[in-house]
Design a binder for this molecule. Structure first.
Ligand code: FNR
Length: 381
């Protein structure tokens, strides 16, 4: 039975998914210190209990870029959702829309933009990587605009892929491709059809649409590996404005000086993120990086944050440290793998309830009320 947002879905996903997929989701870079600290630092932050404040009119609603959110949470961009559940991106997007929050489609989704955007009743967000193939980037931006996406999430912390050793051990990457094929075809014959195994071509959504031919997992990994662009700098980003006139959020900020550069660049928001500990192991947890960034740019630009959020208390902690809205990664993937759309909806219901308890007992009646006053001292004693 699922009774906790934080742990039960992870345990269930571990039972259900083939190991190479579970570890792809669950793992991080190198020795996974940052991955662990993201979760542990948040869990350690002490909330300040306050009582007898008449909390009967508490509200979780918030607005971001003129969109109303039922709570300050969005589903963040994660690759390959269609491998964790059938047409997984569509299922997750529907769950987010049903609960009144945004869904972000990753560049490397199984279902393409044109399939996911029309399946939901609110505008989708779209995430783009910096890739050498600028033609792909332009094409993706034009397609996202044509599909009515409202917000661009531009991920800048992957100029080169992180060293993810769990993926090599599990057969997700590296020379153990035979293990991967075995796991995919034997454990998931139904999805194997979808994702181009058993010799069938498939549709790795956005990339197939651009290349004009079906791309399987092997093609995708090869294409992506060639396409990360380590030469990227702020001045290279100007041209994106020609192709995207809506809100643009820079994802992967961990330093106050970079946050200030994002303001100078004219971004509408930043996502304080270490990519869930999947890129540079050893960097600060988001919870530790966020306060200084909030001190540097709060009020000038929307501050979003992710990495390590596993429950509603963590959402309140991130808001108290300076975020306006947070994004979920693994937390929703575990639920998606376990029970599809219903699992993600249930997870969001649990998170909402946990937020209500945390806000009621810290005396914070609205999202705008939540400040460092909700925490004991600086919270990270
Ligand atoms: C990611 N993340 C990610 N980010 C992005 O900008 N584009 C992407 O395609 C992906 N893909 C991806 C796949 C998987 C399996 C994971 C777990 C993560 C990073 C993601 O958006 C987010 O920053 C982290 O997941 C946040 O950390 P937590 O909450 O998962 O700990």
């Amino acid at each position: 039975m699922i009774i906790s947002a934080g742990t039960d879905y992870r345990a269930a996903a571990k039972r259900i998914l083939p190991p190479f997929l579970f570890h792809y989701i669950d793992g991080g870079a190198y020795a996974e210190h940052t991955l662990r600290r993201n979760v542990e630092d948040l869990a350690q932050i002490a909330l300040k209990q306050r009582v007898l404040n008449d909390m009967s009119d508490l509200t979780l609603h918030t607005t971001l870029f003129k969109e109303t959110l039922s709570m300050p949470v969005a589903l963040g961009p994660v690759g390959l959702c269609g491998m964790y559940a059938r047409r997984g991106e569509v299922q997750a997007a529907k769950a987010a829309a049903a609960k009144g929050i945004p869904f972000t489609l990753s560049t490397v989704s199984v279902c393409p933009i044109e399939e996911v955007a029309p399946a939901i009743s609110r505008p989708m967000w779209f995430q783009l990587y910096v890739l050498k193939d600028r033609g792909f980037m332009r094409n993706a931006l034009e397609r996202a605009k044509a599909a009515g996406c409202s917000t661009l999430v531009f991920t800048v912390d992957m100029p080169t892929p992180g060293a993810r050793y769990r993926d090599a051990h599990s057969g997700m990457s590296g020379p153990n491709a035979a293990l991967r094929r075995y796991a995919q075809a034997v454990l998931h014959p139904q999805w194997a059809w979808d994702v181009g195994l058993n010799g069938r071509p498939h549709d790795l959504g956005n990339i197939s649409a651009y290349l004009g031919k079906p791309t399987g997992l092997e093609d995708y990994i090869g294409w992506l590996a060639k396409n990360f662009d380590p030469s990227i700098s702020w001045s290279d980003l100007e041209w994106i404005r020609e192709f995207w006139d809506g809100p643009m959020i820079i994802k992967g900020i961990l330093d106050p000086d970079d946050a200030r550069d994002a303001v100078r660049f004219g971004a509408d928001g930043i996502i304080v993120s270490n990519h869930g500990g999947r890129q540079l192991d050893g960097v600060l947890s988001t919870a530790r990086a966020l306060p200084a960034i909030a001190d540097a740019v709060k009020g000038e630009i929307a501050i979003l944050a992710d990495s390590g959020i596993r429950n509603g208390l963590d959402v309140v902690r991130m808001i108290a440290l300076g975020a306006d809205t947070v994004l979920l990664g693994r937390a929703y993937l575990y639920a998606l793998a376990t029970a599809g759309q219903a699992g993600v909806e249930n997870l969001l219901t649990l998170i909402e309830k946990e937020m209500r308890v945390a806000m009621t007992l810290t005396g914070m009646k609205s999202i705008a009320d939540i400040s460092r006053n909700a925490l004991v001292e600086n919270g990270l004693g």
